[in-house]
Design a protein around this ligand. Structure first.
Ligand SMILES: C[S@@+](CC[C@H](N)C(=O)[O-])C[C@H]1O[C@@H](n2cnc3c(N)ncnc32)[C@H](O)[C@@H]1O
Length: 212
């Protein structure tokens, strides 16, 4: 959990998490987290990413803070939980979560400048429960996670293969939170069951799953 009792950053995030939609509050939090609106990867970097980490989706389209709030209202996280964001981007989900909950958060991100960003911002904010791994999803240990979050990090058959891998390697109590195209892969898989959720995010692009 964020060790920032004296800083206004916590109070503004708590206020937001508790339901405030005060004008500009989400943009103020994005500013604190230094989340860019967009990000480009040039062709030579993309070539290296494909070579080093495999052909997957290195486009950055982060979860909005409003969606993050919906997600964190729909799940409960305790101190001994481990929340893994596979393809953490600039950290919208993990920075939010680590500021609010006492659980451990792990950000896995293949693009170095994004992993470095999360490391730097979480350091500035004094977060001790957020750990950053600049690595590919394929080498990430999944066995200890209580929650795995995936906002569309993969393309095509890679996504399908990763759903199989998750089913093989996660604990049977682990919840998988899926956003965007990858939701369809979990819905089609006989290896996962979908849970009802209170999150106000369109059903076609959001789902909460557990091993079947
Ligand atoms: C759509 S963004 C989601 C970012 C973040 N999870 C969020 O919701 O705000 C997907 C991220 O996955 C990362 N990614 C794609 N393939 C990956 C891989 N094989 N290993 C680790 N990260 C990967 C991309 O670089 C990108 O930052």
């Amino acid at each position: 959990m964020l060790d920032l009792q004296e800083k206004r950053d916590v109070s503004i995030l708590c206020e937001f998490h508790n339901g405030s939609d005060k004008h500009g509050i989400a943009s103020e939090i994005s500013r604190i987290f230094e989340i860019p609106d967009a990000d480009e990867i040039d062709i030579s970097e993309l070539y290296l990413l494909h070579k080093n980490f495999g052909v997957s989706n290195y486009t950055y389209e982060g979860t909005s803070l409003l969606e993050a709030r919906e997600i964190f209202h729909a799940i409960s996280l305790a101190e001994d939980d481990i929340f893994l964001d596979i393809g953490a981007g600039y950290g919208a989900i993990v920075l939010y979560g680590a500021a609010i909950f006492p659980a451990a958060f792990i950000a896995v991100e293949a693009v170095r400048k994004r992993a470095d960003h999360i490391e730097r911002v979480s350091g500035q904010l004094g977060m001790r429960n957020l750990h950053v791994r600049h690595q590919g999803a394929e080498v990430t240990d999944l066995a200890t996670a209580s929650h795995v979050f995936l906002n569309n990090p993969f393309l095509g058959s890679y996504a399908k293969d990763y759903v199989y891998r998750l089913a093989r390697e996660i604990k049977k109590e682990c919840a998988v939170i899926a956003l965007n195209n990858i939701v369809a892969e979990f819905r089609e898989s006989p290896l996962f069951s979908e849970l009802e959720t209170s999150a106000n995010i369109p059903n076609y692009r959001f789902g909460l799953f557990v091993p079947a």
